[in-house]
Design a protein around this ligand. Sequence first.
Ligand code: SF4
Length: 313
Amino acid sequence: MNKSWNESVRLSLKSSNECNEYFGGNTFKDFHFPVKIPLEFAERIDKSDPLDPLMLQTLPREVKASEGFFDSPVSDEEHSPVKGLIHKYPSRVLLIASSVCAIHCQYCFRQNFDYESHDILKNWSAIEDYLFNKKEVSEVVLSGGDPLTLSDKKISKILNKIEDVGHIKTVRFHTRTAVVIPSRITQELIDMLNKTRLKVVFVFHINHANEISGEFMKNVEGLKAHTLLNQSVFLRDVNDSAQILSELSNKLFESSILPYYIHLLDKVTGAERFLVTDKKAKEIYKKIQTLLPGYLVPRMVRDEGGDSKRLVR
Ligand code: SF4
């Protein structure tokens, strides 16, 4: 019988000991951003390949301070008028819906974020006042952490609260959980999203075609009534090749997901090993445009906090 997503969360590899036992050897060590790998993702890693692109994203390394790298590279806090909410563009706000992720991506720019003080349900009345007063806001982005680490009941509660704000038309989910634990796309979630009056957009976070399992492709079919997009991060030794990124775009398209963004790395302390230089990224990007039709070429952007991006040309 298939595992429920809650069981998958419970069975995830959550310490270096568990990882060393699972993969063999002693490559995993505990550093400040602890390892977390769902078994579904671990099963997609080639244990015999120390450079497996999925393995490289999750393997913690000792953090050393490095020039140009910062604990909070995108200054989310400066754009947070109310705790739990980040507002950069007039038409949309981002809510820190959850402090939890199903996987710990070692390049994550929010790995030092103060989630504790940004609990949206605790701060809801201030968030609600803010949303009611900002008539120009038409879209709410649910981010985190990862909103799909919340139960369907909690998501329903958040959706109901957003629906109460008449001028909000769209809700957007930023999620990696749906990819790394595909059973998270439950029938209950699908039914709930089919019923909401809001337009629903998913922005998945997938960096390499190897992350896309048959189970994900099957389950994501349930979300086809909505807009399905993907964002990736340019990561050295993981996807810094036009061929790999083209394969990813083609694979996404098989599931009717359009490549939306490819982000240049946010320079968070400890992520130096993932850096693809602007020069190399631009060379790869140029090549991608010769390999793919325009609608499968993601926009290359640099993050500027919250939902804000700057196009890189
Ligand atoms: S899923 Fe997203 S928020 Fe969570 S660790 Fe990975 S990059 Fe960071």
